[in-house]
Ligand binder design. Structure first.
Ligand SMILES: Nc1ncnc2c1ncn2[C@@H]1O[C@H](COP(=O)(O)OP(=O)(O)OP(=O)(O)O)[C@@H](O)[C@H]1O
Length: 763
């Protein structure tokens, strides 16, 4: 049946037949056993073809060599491969898994470069300006689904239609047709809710939406049920009917390729044969293409073995495994004859091919609109991302402000007060110039601090409470603490050793926690001072007597009682913005790449720069809202000290976010998947937080570490931000502008690194 369809679609009068026979080597015509219907063949065995002739084919590959890996350890995937796909034909590229089909196709669509050899696609070279490849002249369906699951069928089509330069109305029209034609469900269904077969058909319709001249389908029928497989083939036959469209299709199901006009049998990076299926069957006297392939594969293996033996004996004979009977084996790449290139370029302008530019109006603003729409839609369709974008900065700032930097409270102190006999409680009216129950009076004062006092009978049990972790400290007052303290005050320099000793309050501490230990010491000092001052005031004495003779006056910068929140807030604000940008940028780019949408968009002709710019713009919008949220919550809601101009705080946060984006780009260029990106992101987070003076002053580091820390992307900016917030400094101050300069330098370093990594990886 398929052969009949084909014979109807291809005739001697068909334009593709004409194109293939015009000037080029004549198309071979075989006769089908049934009715002697002429079936055209591509110009195979053309030992001599000119550049002009190659350009007349839809695709023409000559002496293609492609290898992966390094020069010292190359993995050769394509080896001297020739392939000719006439216009208006269906070309089935067959071969076992790993033989290089996808590599060849990606070279044809311009996503990979050959190491040597040449490729002509629709009369131009892929990647050349004006060739339209990669671009709207090609429709590419990769092996994987390569669509966003969160998009509906309609949104998917809109995206691909827009980047191909179609208007919304045109996309809508095509969508209605494709939905019906490919028996797709409602246009509003999300791709992720579709069955595997339906997703494949959406992927196929994304390749078809702009009705391309060349359709390249990488295993569109894999895992598809036979009925759908047949309907896909029927569709391909239908679209090539008028001779203006060409299809290259790869498949593992060799027999289904009987419906193609020509097939290329590929093995080990070479084409074993390239012919129409029926002439292959006749020529090799086989009943199935499977048998032909087997026969040719055996021949290839034998030839290779013979060549190896010959090489071993002669030490100088090159290995030649390529079948010479059926392949398009040109002895060398001929250069075009004089005048031919000019001739062709003149014709190209006149030819219908140039119509693609008129039909598909590609404007960078339309492309940019589509890219931005896709980025925002992707975020919108992922509630987790929205939470990440809006919720995470708020959650982090709130957590920081409520959890970090506040004075510890509820600290238990074990009290052994032998100044008042155990079991007897302290009097309640200890006021005025009353020189009794001094320990009780001190403890009354201490209760104003966030401590919990628990009485113990003796020092041993109080210390045991510390050992058991029930108390942070123990206070011991001797039996005659009051008398000794009064005597100490009265006798002053004449007080004896015992008086001094007995008047001391003894303290044992659990100093395993430095912050709590120091805090308790501060509480005890302050409490003692206020207790003594209260007493002296009541007794009409000079309170300065109990003060340490060091006077701390109004600080030049910062509050009289500094707090850790104010110290850490600048670095924390910058870190939040920096790492959110890193995560969002690297995440968005890696997901786009891993899901295959990046590759697909690039084949549509979008440049990496356009994609990158669209991400930067999207992230910039997101980051602006994050910066506003961080500023509002830190400065307005939690009253973090801000003496400097708020606009400078905002500017620094935005720049730091930009720096984070660039670092995210580096990560996405370096990492193959989200997991390695997460490792790298987390791996860089802790060193930056520890080394950049965010939680501890860099002045505490050793000299070399401090020097190294000063070049990190958050060290100077943190210091700069701290100076803006706490000192009220502006951009004129060196500390402040050093921070800005550091960020700008890092933006350049990260973006250059991304470009460099991309270049290295491409090579
Ligand atoms: N980016 C790459 N880096 C290194 N090797 C690669 C890369 N891509 C493909 N290869 C290797 O090149 C060979 C050909 O791969 P390719 O994907 O082109 O084969 P294929 O014929 O399309 O296979 P399949 O039918 O399974 O998709 C394989 O051995 C593969 O491992």
């Amino acid at each position: 049946m398929a052969l009949n369809v084909r014979s109807k679609s291809l005739s001697m009068d068909s334009p593709k037949f004409a194109a293939a026979t015009q000037k080029a080597a004549p198309m071979e015509v075989t006769r089908e056993d049934a009715g002697a219907v002429p079936v055209p063949r591509p110009p195979l065995n053309s030992q001599v073809s000119t550049v002009w002739q190659r350009k007349q084919n839809a695709v023409c590959v000559r002496k293609a060599c492609k290898r992966y890996g390094t020069n010292s350890n190359p993995h050769v995937v394509l080896e001297n491969l020739n392939m000719t796909v006439p216009k208006g034909s269906i070309y089935g590229l067959l071969g076992a898994s790993g033989c290089g089909k996808t590599t060849l196709l990606t070279c044809i669509v311009g996503r990979r470069r050959l190491n040597t050899g040449e490729i002509w696609v629709l009369g131009g070279k892929p990647g050349d300006p004006g060739s339209g490849v990669p671009g709207p002249r090609v429709g590419y369906m990769p092996q994987e689904i390569a669509l966003y699951g969160e998009f509906s069928i309609q949104e998917t089509m809109m995206y691909f239609g827009w980047i191909m330069g179609l208007s919304t109305e045109k996309v809508d029209e095509r969508l209605s047709f494709l939905l019906k034609f490919l028996e797709l469900p409602s246009r509003h269904r999300l791709v992720k809710t579709l069955s595997g077969g339906q997703q494949r058909r959406v992927s196929l319709s994304a390749a078809l939406v702009h009705d391309p001249e060349l359709l390249i389908l990488d295993e569109p029928t894999v895992g598809v049920d036979p009925v759908l497989r047949q309907s896909i083939w029927e569709h391909l036959v239908a679209i090539t009917k008028d001779g203006n469209k060409t299809v290259i299709i790869t498949t593992h199901y060799i027999e289904e390729a009987r419906q193609a006009h020509a097939i290329g049998l590929m093995r080990g990076g070479r084409l074993l044969a390239e012919q129409s299926p029926e002439s292959m069957l006749v020529k090799f006297n086989c009943d199935s293409l499977e048998d032909v392939f087997l026969k040719l594969s055996r021949e290839q293996t034998n030839k290779q073995q013979v060549a190896i033996q010959a090489e071993n004996s002669a030490h100088a004979v090159p290995i030649g495994g390529q079948m010479d009977a059926e392949v398009v084996a040109e002895p060398a790449l001929e250069s075009s004859q004089p005048g031919e290139e000019e001739d062709f370029s003149y014709k190209q302008d006149e030819s219908p091919q140039s119509g693609w530019k008129k039909n598909l109006k590609l404007s960078s603003s339309n492309i940019f609109k589509a890219l931005l729409w896709k980025n925002f839609m992707w975020m919108w369709r992922n509630p987790g991302i929205i939470l990440f974008v809006v919720g995470l900065p708020i959650i982090q700032v709130v957590l920081f402000c409520v959890a970090v930097g506040r004075d510890p409270a509820g600290l238990t102190l074990a009290i052994v007060n032998h100044d008042t006999p155990f079991g007897k409680s302290c009097p309640t009216d200890l006021t005025g110039c009353n020189l009794t129950h001094m320990a009780c009076r001190f403890l009354d004062n201490l209760r104003e601090y966030p401590v919990v006092l628990e009485s113990f009978r003796d020092v041993e049990s109080a210390k045991n409470a510390i050992k058991a972790g029930h108390a942070w400290g123990a206070l011991y007052f001797t039996e005659n603490y009051t008398d000794a303290l009064v005597a100490r005050a009265a006798l002053w320099k004449d007080a004896d050793e015992e008086t001094l000793d007995q008047s001391e309050m003894r303290v044992w501490q659990d100093l395993s926690n430095k912050h709590i230990g120091l805090m308790l010491q501060r509480y005890l000092h302050q409490s003692y001072e206020s207790f003594m001052k209260g007493l002296l005031t009541a007794c009409k004495e000079n309170t300065e007597l109990v003060e340490v003779p060091v006077k701390f006056l109004q600080p030049v910068y910062g509050p009289a009682v500094p707090n850790f929140t104010d110290f850490a807030a600048p670095g924390v604000m910058l870190t939040i913005i920096f790492f959110l940008a890193v995560a969002l940028m690297s995440g968005a780019m890696i997901i786009e790449r891993v899901e295959g949408l990046l590759e697909r968009s690039l084949v549509c002709g979008i440049t990496p720069l356009e994609i990158l710019t669209s991400h930067v713009v999207t992230q910039f919008v997101v980051m602006t809202s994050q910066c506003v949220l961080v500023i509002v919550f830190t400065l307005a809601v939690f009253n973090i000290t801000c003496e400097g101009p708020v606009y400078l705080v905002g500017l620094m946060l935005m720049l730091q976010g930009l720096c984070g984006m660039c670092f995210g780009m580096v990560i996405s260029c370096l990492c193959e998947n989200e997991r390695t990106a997460t490792y790298l992101g987390l791996g860089s987070f802790l060193p930056i937080v520890m080394l950049c003076g965010i939680i501890w002053p860099v002045e505490g580091m050793n000299y070399y570490l401090r020097t190294m820390s000063s070049i990190l992307p958050l060290t100077y900016p943190t210091e700069s931000m701290r100076s803006i917030l706490a000192r009220g400094w502006t951009i004129e101050q060196p500390v402040v502008y050093h921070g800005f300069i550091t960020i700008i330098i890092w933006v350049f370093v990260f973006s250059s690194a991304s470009v460099l990594i991309l270049k290295i990886r491409k090579n």
